[in-house]
Design a binder for this molecule. Structure first.
Ligand SMILES: [Zn+2]
Ligand SMILES: [Zn+2]
Ligand SMILES: [Zn+2]
Length: 142
């Protein structure tokens, strides 16, 4: 088994997002100071992630069809072709946009009994729809 590919490089996604535990971080840091190949791949992962951070606020605007500049639309489209994380966020936002307002899911969401997938769709809807966001806030405050 190739330790670098199978073990170390699989941690990079979590590493750049700050999701690793301290032990994991130390493990990666220690390895990349000794291994040039992994150090290079980690650097690439970091620069990709910097792009993700630029893309993620645009995704919402993109789904709303309000992205003004064509270059920005192309930037988002090209990025989601190569980035699984952003493609998934985009898919969830699109599902959220399709959700009919006042849907029963909102009640379930406010009551906290949705599974994670539906929960993220409702959350996506709430970021796109201020009316439902208000409804949920008022249900939750009762
Ligand atoms: Zn390595
Ligand atoms: Zn991305
Ligand atoms: Zn709505």
């Amino acid at each position: 088994m190739n330790m670098c590919e199978e073990v170390i490089q699989k941690l990079f996604g979590e590493y750049v997002r700050g999701h690793l535990s301290q032990i994991g971080i130390d493990f990666v840091d220690e390895h990349t100071t000794e291994c040039d190949v992994c150090a290079q791949i980690l650097a690439n992962t970091e620069s990709d992630y910097a792009i993700c951070k630029e893309v993620s606020p645009l995704l919402r605007v993109y789904v709303m069809g309000e992205l003004g500049l064509e270059v920005e639309q192309i930037f988002v489209k090209n990025h989601v072709k190569t980035c699984r994380e952003c493609a998934q966020s985009l898919a969830i936002l699109e599902e959220g946009k399709k959700l009919p307002c006042g849907d029963g899911l909102l009640m379930g969401y406010a009551a906290g009994d949705l599974d994670r997938y539906n929960q993220s769709i409702v959350e996506a809807h709430l970021t796109l729809c201020s009316r439902c966001a208000q409804d949920v806030a008022s249900i939750q405050s009762v």
